[in-house]
Design a binder for this molecule. Structure first.
Ligand code: NDP
Length: 495
């Protein structure tokens, strides 16, 4: 008997089950390296057709897909609930965000990537200049299981809007949701396999890296990101990496503590803490520390845990429970105190909300990604110390600041790709903003205009529009020309 939620391959099929009940979520043929290669070949032809539709043709089709998802959001959320165990309401919120991103990417691709004139400069004024962003061709997307709709679509939606075909490798924990996305796309774009899925375990992802794709978008752990980057290096395949996080909140003395506690509890415990931008650490200025801890514990203590109608669902990846347990036990052994939960909160497949205080800064619970419903709260003398400690992590994905007078300045100095002021995680639902990390959290950006450009390469074109006044780029320049160029340079730049 296999443990619930642990994916297994049987008779060439990947079998996915609910992490709490073991109920079947779906089963799919596993792709081998040849099948991955064939999918990429098919995608190459599809990419030509898709690129040929132009921005308007793609926009119309992507908006139809968006409409399908919106109309069938309950079905999608139900499937995600079945496969990951996450509460239906969380699955709905995730899908809403994904739909909004798709809408924005479809509507804005032409404005961001379309051909435009750019200004010339005086020394080359005889040439006009044009810029456009062309699709790469075939983009591979490797995704995690924690947000199986929003996370892959943050790459897939933007890559498609930019004119690429996509071959996606869903996490082995969420193949059914990955397949649903592909199948529904094919309902609105039946002509060509513009979006395909290759199913299987990590080796299928590895095969995708080596399959001749033109760009890879990887979302997952920092550990796997390094393996993936090494594989892509063999063929100089460019990639964008969205990896792990250890996000912090800073609570300043002038923060609205009720609002801070409410947002912090949501940021830490949503999706049972299985969130790359989940809040795992809080640094709180001494004068408001005790009140903040009380308010967090009160709110987090009210959260319910279970499969149906609960605030927190099970831990989707059973292996992760050992890491969560180790981080909690290590924190307590090293002098930390559990003011809510603690080692007994780990009751597989569930982990109940755990709030730890007085944990040493070098403990795993403060340094490593826990990826569970735990939060450490540390007392700091002021916002300056909070920043130093928050910025000391090897990860730097998102973060948050609560406060009034200094909040904007603190946010700017937080080492992260995104920081929310007086809220948590909100930047991920903002399609106009880029999303991505620093350091061990990865590089490159998804979402927003930067996210569209991530899936396109710039193409620059100059065109002569008249004779050269300062003919520098020709062997036919004369000493008089050179004299004129030198004089002009001094005139233009010499002051
Ligand atoms: P993993 O790194 O374990 O897996 C990510 C994906 O990579 C999966 O599809 C996995 O396939 C695949 N994979 C595994 N081995 C290889 C390989 N050798 N070559 C190519 N692909 C491979 O991460 P998780 O799925 O556990 O996701 C959780 C992690 O993702 C956390 O660290 C979290 O912070 C991060 N994350 C980051 C986000 C961001 O935007 N920055 C967003 C969401 C999550 P398989 O599942 O079959 O093993």
């Amino acid at each position: 008997m296999h443990a619930p939620g642990v994916p297994r391959v049987s008779d060439g099929e990947l079998i996915s089950t609910n992490p709490a009940t073991g109920e079947l979520a779906g089963q799919f043929p596993v792709a081998d390296a040849d099948a991955v290669g064939r999918a990429v070949e098919r995608a190459r032809l599809a990419a030509e057709w898709w690129a040929g539709l132009g921005f308007a043709g793609r926009r119309a089709r992507l908006l139809r897909w968006r409409a399908l998802m919106a109309n069938r959001i309950t079905e999608l959320a139900g499937l995600s609930h079945l496969e990951t165990g996450k509460p239906v309401v969380e699955a709905v919120v995730e899908a809403v965000s994904a739909i909004d991103h798709l809408d924005w990417a479809a509507r804005n691709a032409k404005r961001v990537l379309g051909r435009r004139r750019v200004r010339s400069r005086l020394p080359v004024a005889e040439f006009s200049a044009r810029l456009e962003y062309q699709p790469f061709g075939v983009v591979g997307v490797i995704g995690p299981w924690n947000y199986p709709v929003l996370t892959p679509l943050g790459s897939i939606g933007y890559a498609l809007a930019a004119g690429n075909a996509v071959v996606s490798k869903p996490s082995e924990y969420t193949p059914a949701v990955g397949q649903w996305l592909v199948d529904t796309f094919a309902e609105v774009v039946p002509e060509q396999p513009v979006l395909q899925a290759v199913q299987g375990l990590g080796d299928v992802g590895a095969a995708l890296c080596r399959s001749g794709i033109d760009k890879l978008a990887f979302t997952g752990s920092t550990r796997t990101a390094k393996v993936v980057m090494a594989a892509c290096a063999e063929t100089l395949t460019p990639l964008v990496i969205e990896a792990g996080g250890k996000d912090a909140v800073i609570v300043d003395t002038d923060a609205d503590l009720d609002a801070a506690a409410e947002a912090c509890v949501w940021g830490a415990f949503t999706n049972a803490g299985q969130t790359c931008i989940g809040i795992e650490r809080a640094y709180v200025a001494a004068p408001v520390y005790d009140a903040f801890v009380d308010k967090v514990v009160t709110r987090a203590g009210r959260l319910t845990v279970g499969l149906d109608d609960a605030d927190l669902g099970p831990i989707t990846m059973p292996d992760q429970i050992a890491t969560i347990r180790r981080h909690i036990e290590d924190a307590v052994e090293r002098g930390g105190r559990a003011v809510l939960g603690g080692p007994d909160a780990v009751r597989p497949p569930y982990v109940h909300p755990t709030v730890l205080v007085d944990v040493p800064e070098d403990a795993e619970a403060v340094r490593e990604e826990t990826f569970g419903p735990t939060l450490t709260i540390s007392r700091v003398s002021d916002a300056e110390e909070a920043l130093t400690r928050a910025n000391a992590a090897q990860y730097a994905l998102g973060g948050a600041v609560f406060g009034r007078r200094r909040a904007t300045r603190i946010a700017a100095r937080m080492r992260s790709g995104m920081t929310a002021i007086n809220s948590t995680l909100t930047f991920v639902g903002m399609p106009t903003l880029p999303f991505g990390g620093v350091g061990n959290s990865g590089f490159g950006r998804i979402h927003g205009a930067d996210g569209l450009r991530e899936f396109a390469r710039s193409k620059a074109v100059t065109r002569r529009r008249g004779p050269s006044l300062l003919p520098a780029m020709t062997f036919e320049r004369t000493p008089a020309h050179l004299d004129r160029i030198v004089k002009a340079t001094k005139l233009m730049y010499g002051r």
